[in-house]
Design a protein around this ligand. Structure first.
Ligand code: NAD
Length: 255
């Protein structure tokens, strides 16, 4: 989606899955992209895909829940590419279990990566955006925000990110910054493949069950989410802020 000038985007958790697809899409729309994941060395495939298509990308290694690491990574991107205009808070993990079996560690890990990670990354990025009076922030929520058996920790953070999004839309709107969330349904990635193995079915069986429970009768792919985020980070959505866009093939309504 074309913008009038080159933007600099940061996508967290961009070594694979949804984050990788978002990074590739924003780059193909003209942004220079910071490809951030836990290990810089794991970002190579995404960076190569972008640069071999003629785009600009920088691999960044950081744990989003570590204040020093994420602040250094955001500042390095701003220094090397000149600004941070777009942030996609995508990094995520699951530690699913029924509440009575969920450990304190399962709870703390999911809260730290999704909620503390989005807080620290957004705090580090917004100062660059405020200085230029321009910014687009999108965080990954989920249909699990509405409740999902075995995901008390994950649904809590995905609902929390919706409140975070609405609040930052109010705080940052006067500085030219749009803040929205995308809430995917079932998207085929390593994360959903791991879920299949954990519940004792094959990824294909879980995908078939998910497709049958979805009004459009298919599962989603990372590109479906990248399409929505491309719009929400483009200048064409500049009057949209504080929204949660469900990209789920209608599954939210069918559940
Ligand atoms: P994925 O597991 O395939 O990829 C997640 C990426 O995040 C990995 O590369 C991982 O290394 C990285 N990551 C994890 N912890 C990190 C940390 N502390 N710091 C930096 N990077 C870290 O997952 P995915 O399916 O692509 O999911 C991406 C996002 O979309 C997540 O926030 C997830 O909760 C959300 N989501 C996914 C689905 C789905 O069906 N796949 C549905 C709804 C929401």
């Amino acid at each position: 989606m074309a913008t009038s000038e080159q933007r600099v985007a940061l996508v967290t958790g961009a070594a694979r899955g949804i984050g990788a697809a978002v990074a590739r899409r924003l780059a193909s729309d003209g942004a220079a992209v910071g490809v951030l994941d836990l290990e810089e060395s794991n970002c190579g495939a995404t960076v190569d895909a972008i640069t071999s298509a003629g785009g600009q990308a920088l691999a960044l290694g950081a744990d989003v829940s570590n204040a020093d690491q994420i602040t250094a990574a955001v500042d390095r991107l701003a220094k090397e590419f000149g600004s941070v205009d777009i942030l996609v808070n995508n990094a995520g993990v699951t530690r699913d279990n029924l509440l009575f079996k969920m450990t304190e560690q399962d709870w703390d890990t999911v809260i730290a990566v999704h909620l503390k990670g989005a807080f620290l990354t957004t705090k580090a990025a917004q100062k660059h955006m405020v200085a230029r009076k321009y910014g687009k922030i999108v965080s990954l929520s989920s249909i699990s925000a509405l409740g999902n058996r075995g995901q008390a920790n994950y649904s809590a953070v995905k609902a929390g990110l919706q409140g975070f999004t609405r609040t930052l839309a109010i705080e940052l709107g006067p500085f030219g910054i749009n803040v929205n969330a995308v809430a995917p349904g079932f998207i085929v990635t390593d994360m959903t493949d791991d879920t299949a193995r954990r519940v004792g079915v094959t990824p294909e069986q879980l995908q078939q069950a998910a497709a049958e429970a979805t009004p459009v009768r298919r599962v989603g792919y990372p590109e479906d989410i990248a399409n929505a985020i491309a719009f929400l980070t483009s200048d064409e959505s500049s009057f949209i802020t504080g929204q949660v866009l469900y990209v789920d093939g209608g599954r939210k309504m069918a559940s």
